[in-house]
Design a protein around this ligand. Sequence first.
Ligand SMILES: Cc1ncc(COP(=O)(O)O)c(C=O)c1O
Length: 429
Amino acid sequence: MKQDLSKKLFAEAQTLVPGGVNSPVRAFRGVGGEPFFAQRGKGSRIWDVDGNEYIDYVCSWGPLILGHAPAAVVKGVAKAARDGLSFGIPNPHEVRLAKLVREAFPSIQKLRVVSSGTEAVMSAIRLARGFTGRSMIVKFEGCYHGHGDSMLVKAGSGALTFGQPDSGGVPAELAKLTLTVPFNNRVALEHMISIHRDAIAAVIVEPIPANAGLYLPKPGFLEFLRKTTAAQGIVLIFDEVITGFRVARGGVQELCGVRPDLTCLGKIIGGGLPVGAFGGHAHIMDQLAPLGPVYQAGTLSGNPVAMAAGVVTLETLLYGDPGLYKKLNDLTAELALGIAAAAKESGVPLAQNRIGSIFCNFFCDGPVTDYASAKRSDTKRFAKFFHAMLERGVYLAPSQFEVGFVSTAHTAADVEQTIRAAKEAFREL
Ligand SMILES: Cc1ncc(COP(=O)(O)O)c(C=O)c1O
């Protein structure tokens, strides 16, 4: 595969940008080699600057549930842009977006929009601290909640890929306020809460963790979180930055019926533009400035162009094809089953987890139920598989600890082509 232009750009980028990338996992360190540079995307496909074509299962790390450059979203963005790129005073798109989110998430009475998932989580944590007057936070090992200081403790995603679940530059005094427990472990959480009960402001969780690969909550675990936190006046935060509008319109909370106090959103709600949001009960949200004492702000928060992309995307998901999520689910199941069968044929041990249109292939025997079992994966074997797939025109996430996403633009033909590539790739391992 010719990658001359990508190589040239990456060499130049490395002299200008740390590691040549503006977000670490993009550097392909988890799989070796160098990243390609994207030129164009349409539907399920990306073309790189050298003209190579890939079926894309990264989907910009989750936002592109409608695929690349969907006509309706591009049209909405273009119209909003023509009307003005930014105002710094309220615009109608902000109200529309908040209404659409509230329609899908009954636990959200009020919503504040920011510009990334990281910002949403940082703000939600400050709000929980301000609301409770407490300072400690409990998170789960391997869950990733963006790169805010308090959240880079036993974190997943890039932090895990690079073996840096605890980041440099986070003061020990601050990290001490973040307590971690294994996911799916009730006893560990109860113990932690019994020691620090009056000091814990919030428990934050990815209700379906998707940043150390993918694994699912045990039956009753999320209900247990709700009951335990409510009993102690602890704010329960669901980080649905990945899962919101992805596993169902109303995220994991729609699937399990558990209502958190606060929810963090991002990715899909921006339709591919930089948007995050956090929301929940009005009596908590109204602690935010200008109504309350907890300060939070943003020059570009609620940017009209980004809001327009989000609004069209959410309208499509809420009022478009009623069978959309079922179709996504069925196509992803077909893909996962095909890959599993191909691995079996070649005698490659593969543990698969899947929910809706999110999938993960762990290169180990199953089951994978938490961070510890995810780490048993053979990351070298994954890297070989990744490159064998890329050479065959299939772009998977460049790390064992990231997941794959299917969009409404993916087709049965894409899935067939991917399974054919996987058969060949497994044979090469
Ligand atoms: C669950 C979760 N929370 C928060 C974030 C941070 O979002 P962003 O990268 O937009 O800052 C991510 C990013 O992948 C995420 O997966």
